[in-house]
Design a protein around this ligand. Sequence first.
Ligand code: FE
Length: 135
Amino acid sequence: MPDTPPKVERSDAEWRDTLTPEQYYVLRQKGTERAFTGPLTYHHDSGSYHCAGCGALLFASDAKFDSHCGWPSFTLPAESKAIDEHEDISFGMVRTEVTCARCGGHLGHVFPDGPGPEGLRYCINSVSLAFRKAE
Ligand code: FE
């Protein structure tokens, strides 16, 4: 069996040094970029979306769709083990937070109103993602 990729663990100071202020705010402080401001919201190139914190593969462009919610949206992750889910009861709502399984970075939330067979919408901050164009 293939080994699970090692977790990325960095101190808060290391994250502050390696991330932009916006990336640090979203990935490490569970912030949210303003709707419709992220550069990847209406991005349709073929390729893969990786964690901006650690580079782990998170989503394929095939799974991206226009949800009109203001953030990049995907029907499913590249592999289920790439993403961890957590109950989030902040702001008086019950939501499911999604984080990068490798580095723990906050990505966004998953909602049960997506268009694919799974019926899921992974609503992800642009700031948490790094796009790599298909070769
Ligand atoms: Fe990560």
